[in-house]
Design a protein around this ligand. Sequence first.
Ligand code: 3PG
Ligand code: MG
Length: 402
Amino acid sequence: MTEAAFNTLDDLSVAGKTVLVRADLNVPMQDGAVSDTTRIDRLAPTLTELARKGAKVVVLSHFGRPKAGPDTKNSLRHVLPALSRAVGQDVAFAGSCVGDAAKAAIAGACAGDVVLLENTRFHAGEEKNDPAFVRQLAELGDLYVNDAFSAAHRAHASTEGVARLLPSAAGRLMQQELEALAKALETPERPVCAVVGGAKISTKLDLLGNLVARVDMLALGGGMANTFLFARGAELGASLCERDMADQARAIMDKAKACGCEILLPEDFVVATEFKSGAEDRVVAGNAVGPEEMALDIGPATVALLARKIATARTVVWNGPLGAFEITPFDAGTNAVAAEVAKRTQLGALLSVAGGGDTVAALAAAGVEDTFTYVSAAGGAFLEWLEGKDLPGVAALRKTQA
Ligand code: 3PG
Ligand code: MG
């Protein structure tokens, strides 16, 4: 996959056209308001560029996981004020993403206006990628822009189907994500070090199997590292550990060896007998966790090891926290390693890309979100990309399609 494989906004002539933009407005809410506007802020440049170039901009998105048609809780109306603020103009709203309501709202808009259509998942045809529903969406516009990398792992009508009916292009955010990800894993400067944390290996087997074949070093932390240490014969006391996954862990270690990928496991831990903030803790060697104790963070020797290894790398790909980062002091290992990556990135020695689920929260808490080369706002899509999967929403944008 190269940049040239996709059209971007530079390839579209949009003046006087109605452009359907698939956004990911699936943002977190608290007390009826958007509590984190990252996705909206990152989307806004695509909308304002299209508006400035004279398009009628029609925004499509899902919101939540409604299962039985329209409901108030999952209405995109809740997101309208934050979207209007982000684009710096009043955004119109249509109470349905297809049919008369959508057509009327679009007909009432002028070039340069932005119209938000109601949640695509209020219609069963969306998740089924139903051809009739795809046609209903496509007939609303002349061109299609997908700016929802974070929803590109879904083969839905608005993420995949419409791209096959209308001339289509990647929006600026999608373009930025694809360029960053390509630099990190497809054509990276080596050595590449992947840092993977999180609780369980059972949810990341495909990801680990793909990474060991592509990176030079794989540093493991969080609960999943315990399973690897257990597979090598260590006792982990009361730590989170998927003992029934030992064979899978061994298979990944064997594959890594065959591929020339060095696996870096914790050499020491910060342990405690209780999982709570301020619990009494101590540092122990990786093979000396007491029967009542839980490994809740990597220890200082491991932080030093990872810092040394990261100093030799040219590229870092990061997914998942290295300890129980939600609770102090067990965020210290994640923070220290993140600070090291941030420092090397600032020096220009490293390209660093992170994403997926808890990762953004962990890196934001570490204060390094703006220092990494790129922190993706995608969760599941980032994970599937790390698994080496071709994301349907991305595949449908490719110029030469199978
Ligand atoms: C996300 O928030 O990860 C995306 O918007 C996808 O949402 P989904 O998991 O409900 O498809
Ligand atoms: Mg999700």
